[in-house]
Design a protein. Structure first.
Length: 196
């Protein structure tokens, strides 16, 4: 997982409420066991609509989505986060998120920023013409028009995103200690020792 400190650039002014994981990545794309290529199917049903922001060249490669309440609701499929990551999205800003989606996003290096609706409305306006800056260390979203919105984030998740690590990475960082502990336990309780 890459370190996440700041995110700069245009943002997709999506704004829809109750966007479930099936809207983010339709079920027909879930047949894969790899993360790559899912960005092609991201928001597939939205992309058939005239004037959708995801196919507008003005927002091509935008690292941020600005959405409405309850983003990521629905099933617990991690593919939704994989699809966003594969299309280059590093942050989603919304008034609220599904807890499961928010957890999956964080575990895949995507920042979920909760801001009040008034801030979302302002960022939707700015996103139509100008970039947005997110600073994870400062926990702020700013624009070139002197807008500044601060957000809360779980300290553990913040540190993991800043350091580019997840629970598996944290466990692997302690591999030597774990091996040492297993050796001590195996000597004290030899009946627990693995055979072969």
């Amino acid at each position: 997982m890459d370190r996440l400190t700041t995110i700069d650039g245009r943002a997709y002014p999506f704004g829809r409420k109750n966007v479930d994981t099936d809207v983010i990545i339709p079920a027909k794309w879930l047949k894969t066991v790899t993360r790559s290529g899912l960005g092609q199917g991201a928001f597939e049903n939205v992309r058939v609509e005239d004037g959708n922001v995801f196919d507008d060249p003005e927002y091509a490669g935008a690292p941020t989505i600005i959405a409405g309440d309850n983003f990521g609701c629905g099933s617990s499929r991690e593919h939704a986060a994989w699809a966003l990551d594969d299309m280059g999205v590093k942050a989603v800003i919304a008034p609220s998120f599904s807890d499961i989606f928010s957890g999956n996003a964080y575990k895949n290096g995507i920042l979920t920023v909760v801001l009040p609706q008034a801030a979302i409305d302002r960022l939707m306006e700015v996103a139509l013409t100008d970039p947005i800056h997110i600073d994870l260390q400062e926990q702020s979203v700013t624009t070139q028009f002197q807008d500044r919105f601060t957000f809360e984030i779980d300290p553990f998740r913040k540190e993991c995103l800043l350091n580019g690590t997840d629970e598996i990475g944290l466990t692997l960082a302690s591999a030597a200690k774990i091996t040492n502990y297993e050796d001590v336990v195996a000597n004290v309780r030899p009946w627990l020792r693995r055979k072969g």
